[in-house]
Write a protein that binds this ligand. Structure first.
Ligand code: B12
Length: 370
């Protein structure tokens, strides 16, 4: 993280809860206004590099959600990784760097017009700061990608073959690599952490640079899901004795589910009774389900920072339950990369970086639960 920027954001005004709430409440309306103003700009085609206008609308929606999280959590550090990423991802697809100050200035105008002056003023200071650091964010966006993962030397050949299989849509080759590398459950977590995870990060980096299409990325995800399903069916055994009941899911609006599935499978292999809910479980539904079924452990995955607030809401709701009925809450996923203090700030009992750590932490808690 850039130290000068880190210093600067520490001086930005803290957003009062009512201003954060006003931003959230008016979000739909503000996105609409920003979309309408931006689409009318005569130089739009140049700004968005001839891309469909829906791609720009997507960014406005994601930007609004993200800023809403930044304001509600009062966590400006999130800006420092995310803004360079947004610059890189969109310019990789042909957007001009000039698009960013243009849309941020439009947000400023819309904020001023939509919110009460007090609320608008402190949020405006943050937007003003983002615009003033445009050149710096361009520079940062051109630096190395932070979302790649160097595979362990021992696993590199398997990783390379697996990645090749994914990129060339070769189902049989991917399956064969997985079968050979994971003859039994003991190798499963290593395969997840040293092969599948870096391979999917590489796929993501290629997508981010505009080197592969969304279709190719979808295909890689689908293949990984199939490989994991086959491994699950062939290798998973019923435990003799349950270590406890755990539910694993990705939070509301979170469509990334492969990491959560790995955690679910790793815990199940370790003897936990697992309910895996997959992606995008609405918070209210999750709370109802956990409350009705009496789980010992709730594991939630978050990849994109604009979904952080939803897990905070879930945690806060669980904390109001009678003590004996409160499950342990473990969180994980890429949204926490570079923010070690965030899981605690959100109120979770613990954070784990990967399935291996998740198993170790759950086992540590399990002893206390049982
Ligand atoms: C596949 C993919 C998708 C698929 C997901 C399909 C699926 N079935 O899961 C789809 C197409 C849905 C998708 C959508 C989007 N994606 Co996407 N996606 C990816 C990609 C290429 C791979 C994700 C993955 O499976 N990684 C592998 C897993 C194993 O890694 P992991 O999640 O980190 O999990 C490990 C740990 O974090 C941990 N862990 C994970 N969860 C948990 C939970 C607990 C409890 C614990 C203890 C541990 C733990 O354990 C895992 C194993 O070690 C990534 C690239 C990347 N870097 O991951 C981009 C990526 C995550 N996506 C990205 C983006 C931007 C998006 C979109 C916003 C794009 C858009 N404009 O619409 C949307 C978001 C939609 C939404 N609301 O969620 C960006 C995020 C950047 C950022 N700064 O936030 C990435 C990084 C791509 C990139 N390089 O730019 N995506």
């Amino acid at each position: 993280m850039d130290t000068d920027l880190k210093e600067e954001i520490s001086r930005l005004p803290e957003v009062p809860p009512d201003a954060a709430m006003a931003y959230k409440q008016h979000l739909g309306e503000m996105v609409e206004k920003v979309n309408n103003r931006m689409r009318r700009r005569p130089e739009l085609d140049l700004l968005i590099g001839g891309n469909p206008v829906s791609m720009m609308f997507d960014n406005h929606r994601n930007h609004g959600l993200f800023m809403s999280n930044v304001f509600s959590l009062n966590e400006y550090a999130l800006l420092l990784n995310t803004i360079p990423w947004v610059y890189r991802a969109y310019t990789g697809r042909g957007f001009s760097f000039n698009y960013f100050p243009a849309h941020l200035q439009t947000w400023r105008d819309v904020l001023e017009e939509t919110l009460a002056p007090d609320s608008a003023a402190c949020l405006d200071a943050v937007y003003g700061w983002m615009i003033s650091r445009h050149e710096k964010f361009i520079q940062l966006s051109k630096q190395s990608h932070d979302r790649t993962m160097e595979p362990d030397a021992q696993w590199r050949p398997v990783y390379e073959q697996f990645l090749q299989g994914l990129l060339s849509a070769d189902r049989q080759a991917s399956m064969a690599v997985a079968k050979k590398a994971v003859p039994d459950l003991a190798r499963l977590n290593d395969f997840y952490i040293h092969v599948v995870q870096p391979a999917m990060y590489a796929v993501g980096a290629m997508w981010e640079r505009g080197e592969i299409s969304v279709a190719k990325e979808h295909l890689a995800s689908a293949l990984v899901n199939r490989v994991m399903a086959v491994q699950y069916i062939e290798l998973m055994e019923s435990p003799e004795q349950s270590k406890g009941k755990a539910v694993v899911t990705a939070t509301a609006n979170e469509f990334h589910e492969i990491g959560a599935a790995m955690v679910a499978n790793a815990l199940e292999a370790d003897g936990w009774e697992i309910t895996f809910l997959g992606a995008n479980t609405p918070s209210e539904e999750l709370l109802e389900y956990v409350s009705a079924s009496g789980f010992d452990l709730v594991c939630v995955s978050i990849t994109v920072p604009f979904n952080l607030e939803s897990i905070q809401n879930v945690i806060q709701a669980i904390r109001t339950w009678p003590e004996g009925r409160q499950p342990k809450i473990m969180i994980g996923g890429q949204a926490f990369g570079g923010y070690p203090e965030l899981p605690q700030k959100l109120g979770a009992d613990g954070f784990a970086e990967n399935p291996e750590q998740a198993v170790a932490l759950a086992d540590q808690w399990g002893k206390a639960i049982c």
